[in-house]
Design a protein around this ligand. Sequence first.
Ligand code: PXL
Length: 272
Amino acid sequence: MSKKILTIQDISCYGSCSTTVALPILASFGVETCILPSAILSTHTAGFTGFTVLDLTDEMERITAHWQKENIKYDGIYTGYISDSKQFDIILSCVDNLLNNDGLFIVDPAMADHGKLYPALSVEIVEGMKKICEYADYVIPNITEACFLTDTPYQEEQSEEFINELLEKLIKIGAKNVILTSVSCGNKIGATYYNGKERVTVLKPIEEKSYHGTGDLFSSLVIAGIMNKKDIKENLEFATDFIIESILATVDDPNHNYAVKYEDVLNKKWAK
Ligand code: PXL
């Protein structure tokens, strides 16, 4: 039977990230996807200036109160970019009240990259992300986010010991499963899964160009795989290959530098 997931993150009206990526990706892999928007922005905040923001904290409370009255339940809750720290309590209340008993709580702590927090975010967001990670079945941070979550100084070059340290610390916070992204080794990059015992790593050659929003795309793909009970190695391989294909579909268009053209990749898969 197909699964029903709730995703809680912003709507960036322009810029292919967060909710506007989660919805089509999860739906195209058969996962019914409902949304609880945390804010509406004119664009994402990386590379644009003067973007507009409408905070939806109050509306989130009204929406979730209505869902509780309707006894609506989800098989999964997937959180991403959160811009107001008051929203972390709403997220935990959703986990308590809207998730089926065997439902999965999955956190992509989308807040930082390349050693820095995203421009519109404060340290309160880091503290809130730490708090919700304690309850998470899966946490999907990149290396920078893992450093913020575990109070570990960021390192551009990553040794095996550094990766091990981050994975162990994330499990210690309380996350049952960790998928650490942007793990690099020589001229390769990929992701490592760890649950405190088993470890699975997938690495692929690094592409020349990197794009904003690939973290959201990767999480949505992997979460579709988790909801569909895909084997973890197969899941990470598929998502990583999909990201590479999306980058390759974008590099020749100099006017498209704000996100990848994942739609071209989906379209190719559908056309098969
Ligand atoms: O891709 C993460 C993300 C989501 N939403 C907004 C963002 C970002 C990253 O910068 O700005 C609004």
